[in-house]
Design a protein around this ligand. Structure first.
Ligand SMILES: Cc1cc2nc3c(=O)[nH]c(=O)nc-3n(C[C@H](O)[C@H](O)[C@H](O)COP(=O)(O)OP(=O)(O)OC[C@H]3O[C@@H](n4cnc5c(N)ncnc54)[C@H](O)[C@@H]3O)c2cc1C
Length: 203
């Protein structure tokens, strides 16, 4: 088995490296730095440029805005983005890294068509609503309740440690939908759209 990168991957690496050197905005700061509004806006602009090239999620299928890149090509992107400190908004971390793959494997066709292109376009910025004030490592103890109400769910509860929650416009969250089931069951995974404009939700 050949474990070294081939010529085409090294050509891609040179292209990615040149792009990053030219386009990483100074104002965006490093990937894990605490960012103010200006650097967040800069990271948004950077992600727009990635989206134009299909570089938000290169390994995703083309129909969802990826390039259908190989695992080796994806590794090239990851290495170069990491080395050069490419900024993110939550789009690549939570979107490409967590909710996207979950939908690709478990989502309905409707969910894939609705959500995946908005991740690869950089429009959707996801956050993760799992932890609660009394529920950390023991996530099965979570109390946030969701009750079905026609086509909607009414959600009551509180989430904490929600990284990037103040910037995000989408949230995937865990809620209790069956209080009679054993604690590690009766939990559902909900997607909340447009969290900045959802009635009753405060950040
Ligand atoms: C940088 C950062 C970002 C985060 N972002 C998010 C996010 O975006 N969304 C989100 O939902 N959460 C997020 N979290 C929360 C994180 O997932 C929780 O902190 C984690 O689940 C631990 O929960 P806790 O802090 O309440 O600690 P606790 O669960 O109260 O644990 C406290 C201590 O007890 C220990 N402990 C717990 N249970 C046991 C056990 N059974 N046996 C032995 N020792 C035990 C733990 O190891 C720890 O040392 C983030 C946390 C950090 C640090």
């Amino acid at each position: 088995m050949e474990l070294r990168f081939g010529e085409s991957e090294e050509t891609l690496r040179a292209e990615v490296r040149a792009f990053l050197k030219e386009n990483i905005p100074e104002a965006a700061g490093g990937e894990f730095e605490d960012r103010g509004d200006e650097s967040f806006e800069a990271a948004l602009g950077f992600n727009e440029k990635l989206a134009d090239r299909g570089w938000i999620a290169p390994a995703w299928p083309k129909e969802y805005g990826g390039l259908g890149a190989s695992i080796f090509e994806q590794v090239v992107f990851n290495e170069e983005f990491g080395y050069h400190g490419a900024p993110d908004t939550g789009t690549r971390g939570f979107g490409v890294g967590m909710i996207g793959p979950t939908l690709i494997i478990h989502g309905s066709d409707e969910q894939k068509a609705k959500y995946l292109p908005q991740i690869t376009s950089g429009e959707h910025i996801w956050c993760q609503g799992y932890s609660e004030p009394g529920s950390g490592s023991d996530l099965a103890s979570l109390q946030t309740r969701a009750v079905r109400d026609g086509d909607d769910y009414i959600i009551n509860g509180q989430k904490i440690w929600t990284s990037g929650g103040h910037r995000a416009n989408q949230m995937f969250t865990l809620v209790r939908t069956d209080p009679d089931a054993p604690k590690h069951r009766g939990i559902s995974f909900l997607l909340i759209d447009d969290i900045k404009n959802t009635p009753g939700l405060t950040v």
